[in-house]
Design a protein around this ligand. Structure first.
Ligand code: ZN
Length: 259
C-alpha cells in the first residue's frame, strides 16, 4: 500500500481525559475531526500537521463530543456528518447518516453503525479497508460507556456489532479510562490471565503517561468484561450461572457505576 493510500490518523489529548482524532486523506487533501471535544486542541493539531479542516464526523451529542461543532464550522466552513437519529441534538449537522449506511471520505469508505446505549443516537464508524474504527463512548478499553439514555439490552446488542468485526480492527475510543477499567475488570474476572497481563502492561504505560488507545477487537474480546458477559467463568464468578447474558451484562454495568 502506498503512503498516499493510507488514511492517516493523528490522535491527541483533549480536556482532562478525552482523545481527539484527526483523519487525513492525502489524495484529496481532506481532513476530518472525529468529534469536537476541544476547539483549541483541534486547531493546534491541524496546525502541527499543516492540514485544513474539511469535515466533522460526530459519534454523539454530548458536549465533550459535539461542543466545538459550531465554532469550527464558523471558522472553516467544514461539513458536519452525524447520526440521523440525533439530528436535532448535533449542532450544525449537514449530512445525516443512518444505521449500516456507507459513505466516502475521499478514497476511504466508512460504514456507520447505530450503537444506542450510552446515548440513543450514538454511532460508531468503521473503516473496513483500513482495519480501524472510531467507537466514541460506546466501547472503552476493558469498559463501555455509561447507560445515560439506553437500556442494557440495547448496549449489549451495540457492543456485539463491534465484537463481530475482524480481530485486528483497531478501536479508537474517546477517553483514557483504561487503568480504572482494568482495576474494575480484575474484580469481575480474577481468573483471567490475559486480563492480568494486560493490567500490568497498562499500569506501566500509564506510569509513563503513554496512551493505551487504540485497542483492538481481539484484545477486548479477551479482556473486556462487558463483551464477556456471556462467558461461563464470569457468570460463575458473579454467582449468576443461570442468568441470561443481558442480565449479567446489566449487573456488571451496575457494579461499574458504583465502582
Ligand atoms: Zn458521551
Amino acid at each position: 500500500m502506498h503512503q498516499t493510500d493510507r488514511l492517516e490518523v493523528h490522535m491527541f489529548p483533549c480536556l482532562s481525559d478525552n482523545y481527539g482524532f484527526l483523519i487525513h486523506d492525502h489524495v484529496n487533501n481532506l481532513t476530518a475531526t472525529i468529534d469536537t471535544p476541544e476547539v483549541a486542541a483541534i486547531e493546534k493539531a491541524l496546525n502541527e500537521n499543516n492540514w485544513s479542516l474539511t469535515h466533522i464526523i460526530n459519534t454523539h451529542h454530548h458536549y465533550d463530543h459535539a461542543g466545538g461543532n459550531l465554532e469550527l464550522k464558523n471558522k472553516t466552513g467544514c461539513t458536519i456528518i452525524g447520526p440521523s437519529v440525533d439530528q436535532s441534538r448535533i449542532p450544525g449537522i449537514d449530512q445525516c447518516i443512518k444505521h449500516e449506511e456507507t459513505f466516502q471520505f475521499g478514497e476511504h469508505k466508512i460504514k456507520a453503525f447505530h450503537t444506542p446505549g450510552h446515548t440513543l443516537g450514538h454511532m460508531v464508524y468503521h473503516f473496513e479497508d483500513q482495519s480501524l474504527a472510531f467507537v466514541g463512548d460506546t466501547l472503552f478499553a476493558m469498559g463501555c460507556g455509561r447507560l445515560f439514555e439506553g437500556t442494557p439490552e440495547q448496549m449489549w446488542s451495540s457492543l456485539s456489532i463491534i465484537k463481530q468485526w475482524p480481530d485486528n480492527t483497531k478501536l479508537y475510543c474517546a477517553h483514557e479510562y483504561t487503568q480504572t477499567n482494568a482495576n474494575f475488570a480484575i474484580g469481575i474476572e480474577p481468573t483471567n490471565n490475559e486480563l492480568m497481563d494486560r493490567k500490568t502492561l497498562v499500569d506501566d504505560l500509564r506510569l509513563a503517561n503513554t496512551p493505551t488507545v487504540p485497542t483492538t477487537v481481539e484484545l477486548e474480546k479477551k479482556t473486556n468484561p462487558f463483551l464477556r458477559a456471556n462467558q461461563e467463568q464470569i457468570k460463575t464468578s458473579l454467582n449468576m450461572s443461570e442468568s441470561s447474558d443481558i442480565a449479567v451484562f446489566a449487573e456488571i454495568r451496575k457494579r461499574k457505576d458504583n465502582f
